[in-house]
Design a protein around this ligand. Structure first.
Ligand code: TYD
Length: 420
């Protein structure tokens, strides 16, 4: 149902059309302590729309950053997402740094990672003295500092870029990973990037890719920290406005399918054939038409019905169910499908910051993986971070061996067999 029209955050046209509403949602990374369970939680209307002018898919409303990057009792900002929990992600960033060193860097080139979290990418660069992390959350920036990575605890903006350039000069490479999609003021951000880059500098950004979201029916990627859902087509228009261009692009497996783009000031690099190839695929998939997103909205509703049916059926048959991985996407699924502690006894998660906490909205307790491993009564574990399914299934062979089964919710809710 199309019901509200607002201004597009990217091109400011009034052609932004809502295509799906999820209702009131909590902040997905705002895990709760036991003593806070009775207090009211911040909730906002989560809905997603499509701009018929610049073709950007985007949240209708973006909750302000201070609703999820929160100061603790000592005034230090805190974010519950720590990047280095997956070995495959560590390896992914290792390979990225090697590629960038080979293609773009010399001995003195400087590299910055905006939203570099615990330093997962920067610590794989050979020359640590030439790298800089810009990370607004103190708790994760401190982890990066402990690995010897200089970190500025701030949000990136044109103003910050100007200050840093005065202090340190221009940078050859600027990275963002899963950050660019969450920028509320893209014009200010890109002015900052443009200013901070050397003449032949390269902005390398990796974000969940709209085509994958559509083919995986991955509605669980839609939450407050993902303000936009990019295609090469919508991004090309955005960079054009800033006199920049995508000269290379490469699809990545991370986060259930992401696109890495290489962007420079116009005319500095030969444009490879890859961006054009992706553009053609996007056109074939109808990524510039509202109808594709209305179909997606139907898929989302269907998925919710199937997921609830599957879990409730198992519960009624007397089975014991838990969750595996307290991923942000899982919080989306739990709240949208109304999966609470009446269905899942707990969620096992390897992140120390999350253990002992409760999930936003549905209040499912999060426990250390040891509890899951010692618990031989579990029949089914809902594997929320489906993007890590291979790594998790490999690690949890004993669970399968003793008759346990995993459930995934995408693209359709189903019980996984070992050979999957
Ligand atoms: P992640 O894939 O980063 O997704 P999101 O962006 O949706 O949060 O989340 C993975 C979560 O799953 C994270 O909390 C860590 C947890 N996890 C485990 O508990 N065990 C594992 O083996 C892996 C790979 C992740």
């Amino acid at each position: 149902m199309i019901d509200i029209k607002k201004e597009c955050r990217i091109c400011h046209s009034s052609e932004l059309t809502q295509f799906h509403s999820f209702g009131e949602m909590p902040i997905v990374n705002a895990y709760l302590k036991k003593q806070d369970l009775e207090k009211p939680e911040y909730k906002y209307p989560l809905a997603v729309g499509f701009c018929r002018d610049c073709k950007m898919v985007q949240l209708m409303i973006m909750p302000p950053y201070d609703t999820y990057i929160i100061p603790d009792e000592n005034g230090k900002t805190h974010y519950s997402y720590v990047s280095s929990t997956s070995q495959r992600m560590v390896q992914h960033f290792n390979e990225l740094a090697k590629e960038v060193e080979r293609r773009f860097l010399d001995n003195s080139s400087k590299v910055v990672d905006i939203g570099g979290n615990d330093g997962i990418l920067l610590k794989t660069y050979k020359k640590r003295e030439n790298v800089l992390n810009i990370e607004p959350s103190d708790n994760v920036a401190d982890v990066a500092r402990a690995s010897g990575i200089e970190s500025v605890s701030d949000f990136f903006s044109e103003g910050l870029a100007r200050r840093l350039v005065k202090e340190k000069g221009k940078f050859k490479v600027i990275h963002t990973n899963n950050v660019f999609l969450n920028i509320a003021n893209m014009d200010d951000f890109l002015k900052g990037i443009n200013h901070m880059l050397e003449d032949k500098g390269v902005f390398i950004s990796e974000d969940p890719y709209l085509l994958d979201i559509l083919s995986n029916k991955a509605y669980d990627q839609i939450y407050e920290a993902h303000g936009c859902f990019f295609s090469i087509s919508s991004l090309s228009r955005l960079f054009e406005k800033h006199n920049m261009e995508i000269f290379d692009a490469e699809h990545q497996w991370v986060h259930g399918g992401s696109m890495r783009i290489y962007v420079s000031k116009k005319g500095r690099y030969d444009i490879t054939g890859r961006p054009l190839g992706y553009l053609e695929r996007e056109k074939e998939r109808g990524i510039e038409s509202l109808e594709s997103f209305l179909d997606f909205s139907n898929d989302i509703r269907e998925n919710r019905g199937e997921m609830r049916g599957l879990l409730k059926g198992l519960k009624m048959a007397g089975k014991r169910l838990v969750g595996y991985g307290a991923a942000a996407k899982g919080v989306m699924v739990q709240n949208y499908c109304k999966i609470g502690p009446d269905i899942l006894d707990y969620i096992s998660d390897s992140t120390p910051e999350k253990q002992g906490m409760f999930t936003p909205g549905m209040h499912i307790p999060i426990v250390h993986p040891d509890i899951f491993h010692e618990d031989k009564e579990v029949d089914y574990a809902v594997l929320f971070p489906w993007n890590h399914a291979r790594e998790i299934i490999e690690k949890e062979r004993d669970f399968f061996k003793r008759g346990g089964k995993f459930i995934v919710h995408l693209p359709h809710p189903r019980i996984l067999e070992l050979e999957d």
